[in-house]
Design a protein around this ligand. Structure first.
Ligand SMILES: [Zn+2]
Ligand SMILES: [Zn+2]
Length: 144
């Protein structure tokens, strides 16, 4: 039963020992596509796993991002958030509501330009910033 768990499978694939807490943390990321912060995950996960600490979540997420089990997103300089979707995709950050959206059809370019020659690239992120449709809508309402 454990072996078919997507979080368990992903940990094994990334060469991470699947402890109960690690499975819980990755499962949270895989089921919450909101790009949560350490604090958001902590508040939610503590309800299910009372023994989990903020430090454990912080360290586990750092390790996940090093091993490729999750993305660390630093699009907002005041807030580091995490993403369990590790297929290449672009992000949109709404400056108004702070939400981070996924653009699945957009990918960071993989072709290496001449000035990138000799660099070993491990990670590529593509960010857009602006105002999301929902916020544009509320702005319009305020004006009229
Ligand atoms: Zn917004
Ligand atoms: Zn994402």
């Amino acid at each position: 039963m454990m072996n078919t768990d997507p979080a368990y499978k992903k940990l094994i694939e990334c060469g991470i020992r699947p402890s109960i807490q690690r499975i819980e943390i990755l499962r949270y990321l895989l089921t919450h596509h909101t790009h949560p912060t350490v604090d958001e995950i902590f508040v939610d996960l503590k309800k299910r796993v009372p023994t989990v600490s903020r430090t454990t979540i912080y360290n586990t997420l750092r390790m996940f991002s090093e091993k490729g089990a999750a993305f660390m997103i630093t699009i907002d300089e005041h807030r580091v958030c995490y993403d369990g979707t590790t297929e290449p995709h672009a992000h949109f950050y709404c400056k108004h509501c702070g939400k981070v959206y996924d653009f699945h059809e957009m990918q960071p370019p993989r072709n290496v330009t001449s000035d990138m020659e000799g660099f070993h690239i491990e990670d590529a992120q593509l960010y857009y910033k602006g105002i999301c449709p929902a916020c544009q809508h509320t702005e319009e309402k305020k004006i009229s």
